[in-house]
Design a protein around this ligand. Sequence first.
Ligand SMILES: *Cc1c(COP(=O)(O)O)cnc(C)c1O
Length: 427
Amino acid sequence: MTKLALRGGEPLRTEPFPTYHSIGDEEKQAVLEVFDSKVLSDFLGAWSDKFYGGEKVRALEQAWAEYFGVKHAISVNSATSGLYAAAGAAGVGPGDEIIVAPYTMIASATAALVYGAIPVFADIDPEIFCLSPKSIRKRITPYTKAIIVVDLFGHPADMDEIMAIAAEHNLIVIEDAAQAPGATYHGRYAGTLADMGVFSLNYHKTIHSGEGGIVVTDDDELAERVRLIRNHAEVVVGNKGTANLVNMVGFNYRMTEIEAAIGREQLMKLESLLIPRIEAADFLTERLQIFPGIQTPVVKPGIRHGYYLYSIKYDQTKIGVPRETFVAALNAEGIPMVSGYVKPIYLEPIYQQRIAFGTDGYPFTYPGYKGNVSYDKGICPVTERMHYQELMFTNICHAGIGQGDLEDVVAAFHKLYDNLDEIKESQ
Ligand SMILES: *Cc1c(COP(=O)(O)O)cnc(C)c1O
């Protein structure tokens, strides 16, 4: 048995893992073309033919809508902007509750707050880590207006059931598919399964334009409201003759022509960038699932996982070593692995101290809010268990990773399992 790097032995690997890059000559050419045109953005924040943006923006939106089979795709400058615009378009406001996920990038919950609505955290499913329909049901009150669902790590949420709950209670559903472009759910694309869907084109995502986002919907009115919020709604609605003024407070969420040109090239590469992720994940799953106490990613029937991150569930009772020690031992061998994902959102100061806008606790203290939301530790036990005990992830499943890299990961697991007693002794 070779000595563990954690205990001063030779690390299995010292070479860093390849980092992920999706940008090539096509993007470079597309950017140069925009530069030659000298029109780097072609929006006007006024009701005119430039209100909907320039040539590249419109071309990206059309290509995106066609690719995902939706009526409208609206580009924005980030998925965060997209989530905010979608929440605004949904018409939510002070006094309303929005059911959100506790285990996700922070903006999926903040989208409720920015409209003065109250984020209500439901718990996640312990297998796919997305909002659990059962938990959503328990959180519905007379004040619930919408649900923001996240396709976490690239696995679509249980959307049929969630949409059925929403229909029963007349709720609007926003699907945050930032981590799941190209993932599918019973033959339909993640992001297209709710009233509105939001994609991210930030640098860390499967395809990117530096920064950027896309909102998709089949609903004409929601689409137009997103476009208004994107581009200074309040000064446009008068001339445009918009009747519904709710949330027609505008922003500048506009994408540039450069980002749009890059985004269109990236969209054309999506499938070829996704397949290596799935192949790498399948390779790991096949070889890691033999280890007792290790749960490789669950892929529900009819699902194509997007593997933005490769998650592993760790059972300390079966392995006899705390997760943190196991992860430290993997890291010492040169294998990228992270304990937990993000802190359950409701444990952040903004919710624990209930200070968001101003100093007097708005929107939590808004007199028109009649609900009784809790942000106490323990409200989402599955999320807390995943975060503090069971979940770990690696981001190495992507194009550019080699079989040798993946074999090193598997070899590191073998090395650790061969030396579990040594790890236990070092406790
Ligand atoms: C990355 C991400 C976002 C935000 O994307 P930006 O484009 O950076 O604003 C939102 N939700 C989830 C789940 C994400 O992973």
